[in-house]
Write a protein that binds this ligand. Structure first.
Ligand SMILES: [Zn+2]
Length: 229
């Protein structure tokens, strides 16, 4: 089991404190170049800086608190920390923003389509995410054994961060980008379970059109798994 130092926990509370005192509440700032899909967020929403390369655009302060907390928790795992470090070290910027439609897609990560995605240079990226999500997540995903398994807010956001990491560093696998993110998500699932001393389920990394379903009335993913067998 991985031991997390109190230093990490201290850093987490510092980050949350930073959010509460945030001096730069920027209204509808056009952070990213026009023409990028990330220009989609609503006018009037607010931008917060999470780190030198990661910005969050939200429609409510609660959404900002929620996503800062998720990012801090993801950072407690080794793969979460290295993923966020790679994003910060990429020299490109990431915008995470709220959109209601992301409820159905369980997040979407994009960037300008160019050779920089695969040649080690990278591009600015965005993550469209449903920031009103509860911790247990809004969707279930296909597990390695065939049934549906949990897809928590942390697993979901980490998955999108993995896509962003590779697009921002030019290490994106054009022909297997989903498999690339799912394999790293599986490592995150394992690291998080070790950190929390809980059981974990791995996700099926073979791409299937029916590998993601929206939860109905907060149904548990395990119940869906039972139906599936
Ligand atoms: Zn994906």
């Amino acid at each position: 089991m991985r031991v997390v130092s109190t230093n990490n926990l201290r850093k987490q509370s510092v980050t949350l404190a930073k959010l509460a005192l945030l001096p730069f509440l920027i209204f509808a700032m056009p952070l990213f170049a026009a023409g990028s899909e990330s220009s989609e967020p609503e006018v009037g929403s607010s931008v917060f800086e999470y780190s030198t390369s990661v910005y969050v655009q939200v429609e409510s302060f609660e959404q900002a608190v929620r996503v800062f907390r998720w990012l801090d928790l993801i950072k407690l795992t080794e793969i979460g920390r290295t993923t966020l470090e790679a994003i910060n070290d990429s020299g490109n910027r990431l915008l995470i923003y709220h959109h209601d439609t992301a409820l159905y897609s369980a997040g979407l990560t994009g960037a300008r389509l160019s050779k920089n995605l695969v040649n080690g240079v990278g591009e600015d990226a965005f993550i469209k995410f449903y920031l009103d999500m509860e911790m247990e997540g809004t969707n279930c995903v296909r597990g390695e054994k065939g049934g549906f398994i949990e897809f928590t807010a942390l697993q979901n956001l980490f998955h999108e961060l993995s896509h962003a990491r590779h697009k921002m560093n030019g290490t994106w696998l054009y022909f297997d980008s989903e498999g690339q993110a799912i394999r790293e998500e599986n490592i995150f699932r394992q690291h998080w379970a070790e950190y929390r001393s809980t059981h974990y389920y791995l996700r099926n990394d073979m791409i299937d059109e029916e590998d993601l379903v929206l939860k109905v009335d907060h149904s548990a993913c395990g119940a869906l798994a039972a139906l599936d067998e």
